[in-house]
Write a protein of this length. Sequence first.
Length: 464
Amino acid sequence: MKTSAAFAAGFGGLRSATIPAEVFGQEYDPESAKYGYGYLYSDPQGILDLPKGFSYSVISTKGDEMDDGLVVPGAPDGMAALSGPYGLTVIIRNHKLNPYDPGAYGKDRELYKKVAPSMVYDAGDGRTPGSGGTSTIVYDSKTNHKVREFLSLTGTILNCAGGPTPWKTWISCEATVVRAGEHGKDDEKYFVEKDHGYNFEVPITARMELTDPIPLTDMGRFNHGAVAVDPKTGIVFQTEDRDDAIFYRFVPNRLGDLQQGGKLQALAIKEQRSADTRNWEQDDRIDVGQEFDVEWLDLKETTSPKDDLRFRGFDDGAARFARPEGIWYGNGELYFSCTAGGKDKIGQIWQYRPSYDEGTEQEGTTPGKLKLLLEPNNSELVHSANNLTVAPWGDLIVCEDRDQQVVRLVGVTPDGKFYPFAMNHMRTKFSGATFSPDGSTLFANLQSSGQTVAIRGPWHERTV
């Protein structure tokens, strides 16, 4: 899997990192490089610094024409990659766009006529249809080649992250709570016909088609972050991007059929009513490695017209978290980031280990376990952890969400060692990090520049 000059020359757009990067100052602690793949090397194109032997290609850029005649929407966010037909990889990608953003319809929405009105969740009174949603990339990991690209969900707003399901769909999450009848003003004028703040389920398919946009109302209306599904139970765990959030799970009535509804619940720490996990106050801190038994509280009025679901849950005893965003299932556990957690408000990573009896009456005697896994309070290690994924070899790959000169993809080993894996100098957050099913390729987004990259290299050569 090592990158060679012949390999790099074989694909236009492939870039190889060959010049040593600066490794001091605020970029990263050079000592930490030894836990991963070594020092990063400067990209002559100024896009992505990577370790020696790794290379990337830009496989999608906002504004480019797609195979359905629309254009690639901007602000790519959460993402997943699953196996497709004929050994292909199907990548599905959220777009965190407001109605006043041009999106897939073009700068002046001149392409909107190409979309059937019935497939648009919110047409915005015909003036500002929702520009968020998802696009799909069909990719050949063997040849590092994009096969096709198309819009797969439209008419939604600010689709932040989401998560894949064991039944080969993607749950796309809206990070907004705007309601029907609301509108912006001045340069951010928009019109909204329907309530927003819901999840939508999208098939992960290589077929070029739009999804019927049906909101999964029982999963709750709130400022969604991401979701992860426990494949053993089909229970969906959900994050909420708020400074005073709670942590949710959705127990479906029927496994694999979320449209049949279910029960929304909030996590509470046993014997610690309304616990504050944010560690903003020094008097009542949670230590790294500290583990808690949990219980789950039923939530009512989950469509939450007043956007008060988190307040009602906290008052009932649910724990409070600091901007839970990324979440991923791996190693039999769930890992989720709290972007503003810790005394310096630059991030925590939590671990939830489901009960053997998760979602049943018996879980009261064998409860799930919540652990504060990491809280570095050191921006040289990680700053504002956001989306994350579990690598095939068990490490976490964490996307940073900050506006500094340098933004990174950070690896975390199973024993809690941080290492830099990639840096961009474009002042844009990384988002959507996810591996191809064969483990050969890491896909990630550069949100502000609207680019999706495919990273390849000697994954098996991690130094530790």
